[in-house]
Design a protein around this ligand. Structure first.
Ligand code: 6GU
Length: 242
């Protein structure tokens, strides 16, 4: 997978080169290009923003700079990327979005700062390529960079070979629509807290049942919205007895 990021803070994306993702880059499972938006300005001040039409606080990112930058990154490649624009005004980014994007050959993240990017940049790009404006949650960040990091991590860990153990991606919270329950390792008793007996019983069916119950209870308590949103037929009779 190819991933490009356009930003006025290229160093903000440095964490991408750490740990699991850094390894995936080294192994050429993903290639990451981070591009400085200011390289596409022409004035001495390298300005990327201007005041909003209609008035109001804050600044809006200029369309000319974004237009040139997107043209340059997309280049003459016969393929086109999926353009992702992080914004608190976007559709929610979820595990389903991550799974869908993990199938794409090329993602381009356009990170805005200030109040946002001139809407014509998005509308113009959408005439040539798929574009999604997405939000990572109901809170406001200063810019799209931290959100892009989050989304890139969620997507790339789903790619073959990026996670050491492919089963961990399958067993995550959300993979079956439920939160994952608690997990334990040695020692058997720590500060007077024992590991639940069933996990040491060697009875795999009982362990599976217990884990499923823990996931159901945790989801009901912490995310009742998820439980209500499960597709029909997800919960069986054994689940419902809880
Ligand atoms: Cl994707 N971007 C920004 N700037 N703020 C956000 C967000 C994204 N998601 C939630 N808040």
């Amino acid at each position: 997978m190819r991933i490009d990021v356009l930003t006025i803070f290229p160093d903000y994306l440095n964490p991408l080169r750490e740990a699991l993702l850094g390894k995936a880059i080294e192994q050429e499972r993903i290639s990451v290009g981070v591009h400085d938006l200011r390289d596409f300005t022409h004035d001495v001040h390298r300005s990327v923003d201007d005041s909003p039409y209609g008035g109001g606080p804050g600044m809006v990112m200029k369309p000319q700079v974004w237009g040139e930058a997107l043209d340059a990154v997309v280049g003459s490649d016969e393929r086109l990327p999926r353009l992702v624009v992080p914004t608190p005004a976007g559709r929610p980014f979820t595990q389903d979005t991550a799974r869908r994007w993990a199938e794409e050959p090329w993602l381009l993240f356009g990170c805005g700062r200030y109040e946002g990017i001139d809407q014509r940049v998005i509308d113009d790009a959408a005439e040539r390529m798929p574009v999604e404006e997405v939000s990572i949650g109901d809170y406001v960040l200063v810019g799209g960079e931290a959100a892009a990091l989050v989304m890139i991590e969620a997507v790339t860990r789903l790619l073959p070979g990026v996670l050491g153990n492919p089963l961990s991606a399958e067993q995550d919270s959300f993979s079956d629509g439920l939160l994952e329950g608690p997990c334990y390792t040695r020692p058997e008793v720590w500060r007077n807290h024992p590991v639940p007996d069933v996990l040491r019983s060697g009875n795999h069916a009982a362990v599976d049942r217990w884990r499923r119950d823990q996931a159901l209870v945790r989801t009901a308590r912490r995310r009742p919205d998820l439980l209500r949103g499960l597709p029909e037929g997800t919960l069986d009779a054994a689940d419902r007895r809880l």
